[in-house]
Write a protein that binds this ligand. Sequence first.
Ligand code: SF4
Length: 467
Amino acid sequence: MAKREFKDYEGLVNRSMGIYGLLKHFPDDMSDEEVEGILHVLPKDMSSAISAVLAPRIRKTSIALLKGMQHWFDGAAEARARGKKIILVPFNFPPEFVYCFENAYPLTSEVLTVSGVAALEGQGERYWDFAMGLGLPDYLCSSNTIELGSALTGADFEPDAVISAAPGSCDANSKIHEFVARYIGVPQFILDKPVDDSPRGRRAYRTYFRRLVRDMEEFVGEELNEDHMREVLSRANEATQLYYDLWELRKIRPNPCPNLFTLYAYAVRYVLWGTEVGLDILRMMIDTVKERMEKGLYPAQEEVARCFWIYTYYYWDWYGFFNRMEERGITVLGDLLGSFFFQPVDLSSKDTMIDGLADTCWDYAMTRQVGAESMSAQWADDIAYWTSQLDADACIYCGHHSCKQTWSVFSVVRSEIMKRSKLPTLMLQGDSWIRRMLPMSAMDEQIDEFVGSVLKGKRTTPATQVG
Ligand code: SF4
C-alpha cells in the first residue's frame, strides 16, 4: 500500500505559494482539452476560480496574470532566502514604495486573502475561524483578518515588519495589523491619515510619510537610492498610463473589457506596480480588450446593464460573480477598490518622488474616502465622477458584514447617488471574502430582479458578435 504522507498544518501563504508555484510549468496558452483535464483533477473550490479565469475569451491574459502572481510569491521566497526584509502592507499602500528598497519586498495582506480564497480548498475559512478562536471579535474586516488569522497560527510565512496605512481611515484594519505585529513580535510602522482634507492636511500627511521613509531606511538598513527609485517609479508611471488607457476602453458600449479584467488591473496595482511583469500584464490586457473592440465581440447578445460596484466585489466564486454576470449581459464596470485617482509621480528628485508616493497613498479609495472629513460626501463625489466617466446604468453595493464604516453611511450615499446621478442603487448583504454569509444564487436572484425590474430595457446595446 502506498505510504501516505501528512504535512504539518500550514498557513494560507505557504499553501498559496505551493499552488502558485505550479503555474510556472503551465504553457503560456492552453487548449480546451488541457483546461478540461486540469479542471477534472483540481479540488472543487479551486476549479471554480480556474474555470473562470481560463474562459477562452480571456485565457491567455489570465495565464499571464496567474504567472505574475506566481512571480510575486516566488519573489517573496527568494527575498527571504537572500535575507531581504519582507514588509506586509495593507491594500491602501503603494507596493512600489517597498520595491524602491533593494533589500525589502512587499506582501499585501488583502491580496494574500484573495489568493487564498481563490486557490485553496476550504478557501480562507479555517484562518478566519482561527482568529475567532483566539477571541478576536467577528466584526473585524474579513479582507485582512483571513490572511492575518493565518499569520497568527504560527505556521505560516511571516513578515519581518508591518506597515499600517489605515489609522485615520479604518480602525478594523489598523487594529488587526497592530495585533498581528505585536503577536508575532515584529515592528509596525504607522502612517496616519489626518481628518483634515485641506492642503494643510495633505502637507501633514507628506510629513508623516517622510517619517515612515526614515523608519524604513533604518529598519531595512539602506538609504533610498535616488536612481533605483527613479527606475521603479518610472515603471510605476508607465503602469499608471496603461491603467488609464484601459479605463478609456472601459467606457465603450457594449463593454469590450471582460468583467474579470477590472479585478486583474487592481491585482497588478496592489502587488506588481513598478515591476516589468506588471507592465507586461497590463499591456496584454489592453491588447485583448482592443482586439475584442475591433471585432465587436461581447459575451452575450446584448449588454443589458452596466453596473458600478460602489464598494467591493465578491471573491469566493469567480465564475459566478464575474463570468456568469457578463454572459447575462451585465457588465461589472469596476468597483471602488479598483478605481483610482493616481497621478504620475514627478521623477525630478528624491524629494518629489517621496511627495508623489505620499500623494498616491492618500488617494487610495479607503484612505481618501473612509478617512475623509466627511466620508459620505467624499464617497458620493467619487462615485458620481467614476459612474459618469464609465457611463454606468446603476450602482450595486456589497462589502462584508463587518465593514462598519461603509454600512454606517450607505443610506446617505445611496440617496445622494440617486439624487445626483439618477442611478438606481441596489444594496446586497453578504461578505466579499466569506461565502457562508449569503450564497451566490441568492445574490444572482437579487441582481437579476433589479436588472429585470428597475433597469429593464433602459439602455441595452446589441453585440456585433457573441463570443
Ligand atoms: S474600510 Fe471596510 S473593507 Fe476597508 S479595511 Fe476597513 S473594514 Fe475592511
